[in-house]
Design a protein around this ligand. Structure first.
Ligand code: NAD
Length: 383
């Protein structure tokens, strides 16, 4: 097979990876720029999955498992490639001692997500012997990871006594630090008192962030799809409310996307009325060129994969020898301030977008092995 995918050459070759289950077939897709990309099939359990390992210079590849219906195999492959590459940069900037990976399980039908299918995916992860560590993601619940765990220890995000728990609060704290760095860069003052901040989305991250920002004295504007939630939060924090159509156009100092990806694009950029964008949502830019458009419009953009690394940092602490410690976690996430500020400076000095500056910073850390894994991984759920 030879196909072209987003200018990447794909030449596949069958590869038998030593595994206990003879029904599991790995095909190495040999994709330029990626260490390993496997198509994995098990006809008996109806498993069709992809594990993409982008770069393991700094440590084993860590990344969630998406379990979704995709229209085509190429669509699933594009998702795995794009997400595993951004995990590499996210982990590198955060210095967590992990590389970038991602997996997808392609479903024909929701009812195909059976225990047997998840177990055979676990066998596939196990056959890679720790080069890839999976976690929950879209369509993959904590129950699903517990089933995968039956066949491999290379899993994070399980519910157990030493678990790091819901990452939302820690991700929100990282976003707060990013917002403070943005305020310092814009106004030469970290204080958020009377800074006008518009939050899109009050989910696991947004609901924690609004609390942090309220007590910092920020002037808040909020929006969510859920009218009930919107009313509850506006009463609780005395905020202004705008519709989901208006949140990206509203006049504010800092816009905080905490809902969906792709919301910053050629169309929405024309209508933005903010000085900076700093939020948790993954893949906020529809296209990487959108970062240059923001720069032209003099809107400061905090790269999402740096701002939202709090969840990753938090879970990475779980895998240290002494196990999870919220104080270590908080102290590491605090440093997101420095990374964001550094990225703004690199962008200015080199006259490049902040998105490019963040990738430059990540690549530099990979080149010089800064933050590479020094100690082995301790899985708390097998102690
Ligand atoms: P969530 O699903 O808990 O919350 C999303 C909220 O956004 C919901 O309240 C939803 O009603 C609202 N929403 C959806 N579309 C909207 C729209 N068009 N306008 C306004 N509101 C809208 O998600 P979350 O866990 O809070 O994560 C938010 C974003 O941050 C996601 O993009 C996620 O991938 C990213 N992220 C989350 C974490 C984490 O720790 N949870 C970590 C890294 C990145």
């Amino acid at each position: 097979m030879s196909i072209t995918l987003e200018n990447k050459k794909v030449k596949s070759s069958k590869k038998i990876i030593k595994n206990k289950n003879k029904d599991l077939v790995f095909t190495n897709l040999n994709i330029d720029g990626y260490e390993k990309v496997y198509k994995i099939e098990n006809k008996k359990t109806k498993l069709l999955a992809i594990i993409a390992i982008h770069d393991t210079t700094l440590g084993p590849a860590l990344g969630g498992t998406r379990i979704l219906k995709y229209d085509t195999f190429d669509e699933a492959l594009t998702d795995a490639l794009r997400l595993s590459e951004s995990m590499t940069y996210k982990a590198a900037v955060a210095e967590v001692g992990f590389g970038g990976g991602k997996s997808v399980i392609i479903l024909n039908d929701e009812k195909d997500k059976t225990e047997k299918l998840l177990e055979s995916f676990g066998e596939a992860v196990d056959a890679l012997d720790g080069r890839y560590i999976c976690a929950e993601d879209m369509g993959c619940t904590t129950k699903d990871v517990a089933i995968i765990r039956k066949k491999t220890k290379h899993v994070v995000g399980l519910v157990h006594d030493k678990s790091s728990g819901d990452p939302g609060r820690y991700t929100a704290y990282g976003v707060l630090r990013g917002i403070e760095a943005s305020a310092k860069y814009l106004f030469n003052d970290v204080s958020l008192k009377n800074v006008k901040i518009a939050i899109q989305g009050l989910g696991n991250v947004g609901k924690n962030l609004i609390d942090f920002l309220f007590f910092k004295g920020a002037d808040l504007i909020i929006s969510d799809m859920d009218e009930k939630k919107l009313k509850e939060f506006s009463l609780k924090y005395g905020t202004e409310v705008v519709s989901k159509e208006d949140i990206l156009k509203v006049k504010c100092d800092i816009l905080v996307p905490c809902a969906r990806g792709g919301i910053i694009n050629k169309e929405t950029i024309k209508e933005l009325n903010c000085s900076a964008i700093c939020g948790a949502a993954n893949n906020q830019l529809l296209d990487k060129d959108d970062a240059s458009l923001l720069k032209e419009k003099n809107i400061l953009y905090a790269p999402d994969f740096v701002v939202n690394a709090g969840g990753l940092l938090n879970v990475s602490i779980e895998l240290l020898k002494d196990g999870y410690n919220p104080i270590i976690s908080r102290n590491k996430i605090e440093k997101i301030f420095d990374e964001i500020y550094k990225i703004y400076e690199i962008s200015k000095e080199n006259n490049i977008s902040t998105h490019m500056a963040a990738i430059k910073l990540a690549k530099n850390k990979i080149k010089h092995a800064i933050g590479s894994r020094q100690e082995k991984i301790y899985y708390p759920h097998i102690l």
